[in-house]
Ligand binder design. Structure first.
Ligand code: RAM
Length: 349
């Protein structure tokens, strides 16, 4: 208990200074709870890292849905993108007695014992964005098909550099489930189509931990060691911005593509350093997750294949079988952002 309290207190102190919510469940600025018994349900979103703008957009959608559902949204998560930090957050939320936990996993294996404890305590556990083990969740909210994301990123890089030359991958960690799946599909795209990718060479795969500074420094070093690198593919919004900044600051001719926030990358798309990139609407992913949490808490769904979820203005979504044998709800497909549309989207997220 001391560890959790310490984690919560430290995280709160450090992040309160930054104006951020930390591992301890941080509640949006609201009036103090009324003295009457709690009538509303409390759903928590455990993000990979509370300083990550993509995660903050996911929470804004989660919070929007909770408000529409009459539930309380609780943001939690570490500020170092660590799985251990997420474990402390999950344990604190179990103690808090939340009704549901939606988590974007930094490491599904490290998280497993804490999520099993949550399920045993009657907490409805789901994952979103980055899945947890099938037995540790009732359903996964899948932003888009990992195969489509991985293959599309590789195809984009090939088209941008003219199907020949050196390229690098900047991901986060090998343990983040979504990142590992996307990189795996990128490599399968190359392996399965040697005729298309035979003239391209992967010079390095960099692990920037989904943190800006480490990602920036890794790309800086890459440009020194492999100045021939024609493109960096970064399936992480933090990494993609860091890579673009490092290339700009080095005055290098290397390009980037990957998964990015239009609000981060608009200028780089207009300048051509990032000819185009992909993502989905993280606000929608958070919104659907809160709807799924609410439906599970109210017993409207059990998270089983064949069920349907009513997600308000995000539509009616189906529960399908995931590649890992668990169940998932696929929210949509990746969008492409380029010079023709980024100015519209950068106002939205
Ligand atoms: C980073 C995280 C997140 C991923 C996005 C694209 O913010 O790794 O899990 O979905 O990038």
């Amino acid at each position: 208990m001391k560890k959790r309290a310490a984690c919560a207190a430290l995280a709160c102190l450090m992040l309160a200074l930054l104006g951020l919510s930390g591992c301890a469940p941080a509640r949006p600025e609201v009036a103090p709870p009324s003295p009457s018994p709690r009538a509303e349900h409390r759903y928590s979103l455990v993000v990979k890292d509370v300083t990550n703008p993509y995660m903050q957009r996911m929470f804004s959608g989660f919070e929007e849905a909770c408000a529409a559902l009459g539930a309380q949204a609780v943001l939690s998560g570490p500020e170092d993108a660590s799985a251990e930090g997420q474990v402390s957050c999950v344990e604190a939320l179990i103690d808090e007695g939340v009704d549901a936990i939606a988590i974007a996993a930094n490491d599904r294996d490290v998280l497993s014992p804490a999520l099993q404890t949550a399920l045993a305590a009657g907490v409805k556990v789901i994952s979103l964005d980055s899945d947890v083990r099938p037995d540790d969740r009732l359903v996964h909210i899948q932003q888009a098909s990992p195969e489509v994301i991985g293959r599309v990123l590789m195809q984009a890089a090939r088209e941008i550099i003219g199907a020949e030359g050196a390229f690098a991958i900047l991901t986060t960690t090998s343990s983040a489930s979504n990142q590992a799946q996307w990189v795996s599909w990128m490599l399968r795209e190359i392996e399965e189509k040697p005729d298309l990718y035979g003239e391209m060479t992967l010079v390095d795969t960099l692990y920037g931990s989904d943190l800006y500074e480490p990602s920036y420094q890794l790309v800086e070093a890459l440009l020194q060691e492999h100045p021939e690198t024609k493109i960096v593919i970064a399936p992480t919004v933090v990494g993609l911005l860091a890579a673009a900044d490092a290339i700009r600051d080095a005055g290098a001719s290397t390009l980037v593509t990957g998964l990015g926030l239009p609000s981060d990358m608009g200028d780089y798309i207009r300048s051509g350093l990032c000819p185009w990139m992909y993502l989905w609407n993280p606000i929608d992913v958070g919104y659907v997750a809160a709807c799924a949490a609410d439906a599970l808490v109210r017993g409207e769904i059990r998270g089983e294949e064949g069920e349907t979820l009513s997600a308000g203005d995000r539509g009616i979504l189906k529960v399908t079988r995931a590649a890992d044998g668990g169940s998932e709800i696929v929210v949509g497909n990746p969008y492409m952002f380029d010079n023709s549309n980024v100015s519209v989207w950068e106002e939205l997220f």
